[in-house]
Design a protein around this ligand. Structure first.
Ligand SMILES: [Zn+2]
Length: 347
């Protein structure tokens, strides 16, 4: 049975440093917020216990704020870093939750403790569904979502369907090469977009420019900030202060994103591309201009004219709000149940 139109959902955002939970109403508003540190060092069982306690606290808080909304709860959505298996609710290889985490069943114990069905999904896929339901992608079925922060994440809807592949690893666009000769990526690959355009890539390029002396501003920053590491923000500060090498590092990263996005226009023919993440926010005007230019130069004319580029609207709460469409879109949906059955049979 499909959930009623006014169904509410408990949402959990499982991050590497913090676990956050809230109740999400059908209009996307959040209440009953709760949060706790993610006890990564204590292992998977402690992390699962922290998820359960935070969800229970959010449900209690929400009951005080709006008991009627809690009475309409139909399920739990979990937004987590990938790779993960959305059909079985098991974490596969989340890089920021420690080496003992792969293979941890998240949906099973959390569902048993809270007495509700649980749906686990990759954070970028939660985000695209959240932006389509409540943000910058309202009503758009051919939609892309990109996030540029420490890493580079992506998700896409085609005809309203999430592109996943049989392993849910499709759309790892940060790990598609855009150059033949490097640099080396954090995943071990060569010339990947994430190695050109991400928080860690900018920080690494900044550190190299400081060490070689090519960037006097960054070299000076390093000598006056002992024990601190150059970050993407430091590189942006150097560029804003007029350091030509730091500005070139930033410009090359934005060019890499622009070129890649022009390729996505040709590959996916999206109606809209939503871009979020701290790096995109910090340099939005420059990034948007660069992307428009690269689409004009490098994409086919018809999809290039159709696509619009918009900043993400929901900010950090996208991973909570997006749990609502994840849960109500899957609960009692025969197509989802078939996908679950196929995936479990294949194991
Ligand atoms: Zn890579």
């Amino acid at each position: 049975m499909q959930p009623p139109a006014d169904a509410t959902v408990l949402a959990l955002d499982l991050g590497g440093t913090q676990v956050r939970a809230a109740l999400v109403r059908a209009d996307g508003t959040r209440l009953g917020r709760a949060a706790a540190p993610t006890p990564v060092a204590d292992g998977p069982a402690a992390v699962v216990a922290a998820c359960i306690a935070t969800l229970q606290l959010a449900r209690e808080n929400a009951t005080r704020e709006d008991a009627a909304a809690v009475s309409r709860l139909v399920g739990i959505g979990i937004s987590a870093p990938g790779p993960l298996n959305p059909w079985t609710g098991i974490a596969v290889e989340p890089a920021n939750l420690g080496p003992r985490f792969p293979g941890t069943d998240l949906a099973g114990p959390i569902g048993a403790a809270l007495g509700l069905p649980v749906f686990l999904e990759h954070d970028t896929k939660v985000a695209i569904l959240g932006e389509r339901a409540f943000g910058a992608g309202s009503g758009i079925d051919d939609l892309m979502y990109l996030t540029i922060s420490t890493g580079f994440g992506a998700a896409a809807l085609s005809g309203g369907h999430l592109l996943t592949g049989p392993d849910d690893t499709a759309l790892e666009l940060g790990h598609v090469p855009i150059s033949l000769d490097g640099p080396r990526c954090s995943c071990g690959g060569t010339g990947h977009l994430e190695a050109h355009a991400s928080g860690w890539a900018l920080a690494a390029a900044g550190a190299t420019a400081a060490m070689s002396g090519a960037s006097p501003w960054l070299a000076n920053w390093e000598s006056t900030h002992s024990g601190e590491a150059i970050s993407a923000k430091t590189v942006a500060e150097a560029a804003a202060a007029g350091d030509a090498v730091a500005d070139e590092i930033l410009e090359r990263a934005l060019l890499a994103v622009g070129r890649a996005v022009a390729g996505y226009v040709n590959t996916f023919n999206p109606v809209r591309i939503i871009i979020g993440g701290s790096l995109a926010e910090a340099h939005w005007d420059r990034l948007a201009k660069r992307i428009s230019h690269e689409i004009g130069e490098n994409a086919f004319k018809v999809p290039g004219r159709r696509v619009s580029i918009k900043p993400a609207q929901l900010g950090g709460d996208v991973s909570l709000a997006g749990c609502h469409p994840v849960v109500v879109g899957r609960l009692g949906n025969p197509a989802w149940e078939r996908a679950v059955a196929i995936n479990k049979a294949a194991k």
